[in-house]
Design a protein around this ligand. Sequence first.
Ligand code: NAD
Length: 353
Amino acid sequence: MQSFLYQAAPMRVLFGPGSLARLPAEVEHLGARRALVLCTPEQVAQAERVAALLGERSAGVFAKAVMHVPIEAAREAREVAGQRGADCAVAIGGGSTTGLGKAIALESGLPIVAIPTTYAGSEMTSIWGLTEAGVKKTGRDARVLPRSVIYDPELTLTLPLGMTVTSAFNAIAHAVEGLYAHDGNPIVALMAEEGIRASAAALQPLTANPRDLEARGDALYGAWLCGSVLGAVSMGLHHKLCHTLGGSFNLPHAEVHTVILPHVLAYNAAHAPEALKRVSRALGTPDAARSLFDLTAHYGAPTSLRVIGMPPDGLDRAADLAVQTPYPNPRPLDRAALRALLQRAFDGASPEA
Ligand code: NAD
């Protein structure tokens, strides 16, 4: 019998179509009087609707969230929150917007209400990230964990199909690595398997109709579970590689996860048989790595690092960085094998152990 530690995240979760309407009550529940609404420049219209819904409790919209949270944006957001007397932040958007909220909370302790509109899962974690002079630092701090999360599938109807697919693979990646995490546990394994199943199952109906609300609900439910796994246990080779590739070569986040996942799963497969069994069961296939690769292509997502902007002369450096600081992973890190893995991912070749 396995002994383990499981720590539940201290947050409220509201789930369901139309649940955005409960935001004012949620802000009130936090004891907050004025909420600054955060978003990317692309989601201003959605954020304005949120601000209108908050009425007198709105401290206006701050629409400067961008990928990887540049320190300058975080500083400006903190200043604006202070100037407008905000005692709460509402982050509506994907991981970039939630990340901006976390950057404010990291210094000020301002409570965050997250309203996720992608499947990245940041809202379920105490992981923050900040980029200064081109270097991204990350860490864990309980202060950045959102106090409330509102999952309203209606807000995801506008997520373009391409991002829908890669973002769902991003979610699945959290769950896959959670299944073989050195600090994993049976509760997290349940969430991970169900998260993979729900995320993968939603893709077929969403490809046929991206505005299928039922399937949007399934995908968001899967993302919630997968994000919870990311928040609860340590990640391994896959997240390390994606962090390195995203940070050092400025590759798009969800797409990198999508390309790399089948290859890392194949790399770890023989060293994590129980995890493999669960991923296979969740996907309904005997060969999980191959199936993830095939699904990526089937749904029209990128299958090679080359097409998402990886420079061919960066592969050696990426392999060096991946083995530089040791971290737990089911299969020991072998530079030559990782270099070969990166080459296959670059070429769009199928995954191999
Ligand atoms: P994103 O937040 O950068 O969003 C990508 C684009 O999609 C943006 O222009 C955004 O406005 C738009 N968008 C989002 N939802 C939309 C919708 N419903 N309809 C139309 N457009 C929409 O992308 P992401 O993949 O969600 O987040 C990536 C970032 O999150 C990375 O910086 C990554 O490091 C971070 N992240 C952090 C954690 C964590 O735990 N800290 C977890 C996952 C991701």
